[in-house]
Design a protein around this ligand. Structure first.
Ligand code: IN0
Length: 420
């Protein structure tokens, strides 16, 4: 906790968010839901899997209204299962493709599990006990099973096409079209499936599932940002997702971007990648604006604001070539707490679009195109969301003084404790 507070020491709004989150969090659905889940051992195991794969995202799923919570938990776990097969470089390619292409049938086979993943695969345990996920999946209403199976079928086949090299040169992505298609399979389809689940639950209007382009963009924006952030980790694991059509304009040595002598080239490649992501912003905001249910809104908005913050952080940041760059915990908590309404979400997007424009470097070959893209995003917001605020509303003076006192008291308590 001390390191997290210290990392945000120059950012009072983050300190206050961290303290509010830790000590003054209102009694949320989570406690109530945990009691409900605890009564059913198998369901509890599913939520435990969810906690293990992603603690913060698990909390967001558990805040969803009753009509959707289990369906989305199981959709997430089924997709994680599929991903754990796709990700495993130790699996024989034919075996991998056979599993990927039949996964939509596997989820209906009681008792099925899988122990052939390599020992280092991080979600290996999920597939080892996958019969538990299948049993809970089979408890879902048929309307949800149908959506999950349909998306699993499309995603599994898309992943198998990729793994077997239909859209790749060796193990690298060649064109921007291939890059978009890959991101569509692994993330755009998630947007399609989620929109179908929202509509089927009755919590959202059926029209949410009609505009496939908007729901696709929701996934594309997240996945492309992850792919930029994960350059180094993927490279070290022998994977390459940045399309050659982008980086090949500046270099013929993708792995060489990590070398200090190539820093200028590396900067140009990075800005070209960021430029490619910015085009999805109008679709993301249009989709979020159309949501009606509060819990669905929070669930959708949180990953998107994290993504725009990550995009601003990675832009023009050479650290991307050396390690996994992450937003501060304090920033994340502040963003999560603010992502409850469209005004705040637009204000957050505006702030980070502004950060991008201040980090734009006139010596970069993409300087003009980034300026245009940033200008377009701002223009789109002022035209389509004219009443939205420019910045996040600040706390009132008295409550911020109180919170700063709480921050100081917490720091003092932590330090005293350390010296006891
Ligand atoms: C997700 C998405 C997700 C959430 C809400 C609405 C969405 C609409 C369209 C597409 C995806 C949507 O969110 C998660 C967020 C997440 O897992 N965050 C990680 C942090 C991180 O950096 O990975 C965390 O630990 O909190 C997401 O990234 N994906 C995802 C997967 C399944 C479902 Cl059901 C929803 C993964 C991906 C590949 C981007 C779609």
């Amino acid at each position: 906790m001390l390191d997290v507070l210290l990392a945000s020491i120059g950012h009072p709004s983050e300190l206050s968010a961290l303290i509010t989150y830790k000590f003054f969090k209102p009694e949320s659905n989570i406690n109530r839901n945990q009691k409900l889940i605890a009564n059913n051992e198998r369901k509890k195991r599913c939520y435990d899997f969810l906690d293990k794969t992603s603690r913060s995202f698990s909390a967001v799923i558990q805040e969803l209204d009753d009509e959707l919570r289990d369906a989305i938990c199981l959709f997430y776990l089924v997709l994680r299962g599929l991903d754990t097969i796709e990700d495993d470089m130790t699996l024989d390619l034919d075996r991998k493709c056979e599993l990927l292409r039949s996964f939509d049938k596997i989820i209906f086979q009681r008792g099925w599990n899988f122990k052939e993943n390599g020992p280092n695969e991080k979600d290996r345990h999920l597939l080892v006990d996958f019969q538990i996920v299948i049993e809970e999946f089979l408890e879902l209403p048929k309307k949800f099973q149908d959506v999950i199976a349909d998306i699993t079928n499309q995603m599994g086949n898309g992943m198998a096409d990729y793994a077997s090299g239909d859209h790749r040169e060796n193990t690298a992505v060649a064109t921007i079209k291939d890059f978009d298609l890959y991101c569509h399979y692994v993330a755009g389809l998630v947007g399609w499936g989620l929109s179908d689940l929202f509509a089927a639950s009755g919590l959202e209007d059926p029209s949410i599932a009609k505009d496939k382009r908007l729901s696709d963009s929701m996934g594309m924006f997240l996945q492309k940002t992850n792919i930029i952030r994960d350059y180094r980790e993927d490279l070290d694991d022998g994977r390459q997702f940045w399309p050659k059509e982008i980086w090949g304009k500046y270099t013929d040595d993708f792995a060489g971007l990590v070398k200090p002598e190539n820093a200028k080239t590396a900067q140009a490649v990075l800005s070209a990648m960021v430029l490619n992501v910015l085009e999805h912003i109008p679709d993301v905001l249009t989709y979020l604006k159309s949501l009606k249910n509060q819990s669905v809104f929070n669930f959708c908005a949180i990953p998107q604001v994290m993504a725009i913050a990550t995009l601003a952080l990675v832009f023009n940041n050479q650290d991307v070539y050396h390690r996994n760059v992450k937003i501060r915990k304090g920033t994340a908590v502040k963003l999560i707490m603010a992502s409850t309404n469209m005004d705040n979400v637009v204000a957050i997007f505006r702030e980070y679009i502004h950060v991008l424009s201040t980090k734009n470097d006139a010596a970069d070959p993409n300087f003009i195109n980034i300026s245009i893209a940033v200008g377009k995003a701002e223009q789109w917001i002022t035209t389509n969301l004219p009443d939205s605020p420019r910045t996040l509303a600040k706390r009132s003076d008295s409550s911020s003084t109180f919170i700063m006192l709480a921050v100081l008291a917490s720091l003092a308590a932590i330090i005293l404790n350390a010296y006891k």
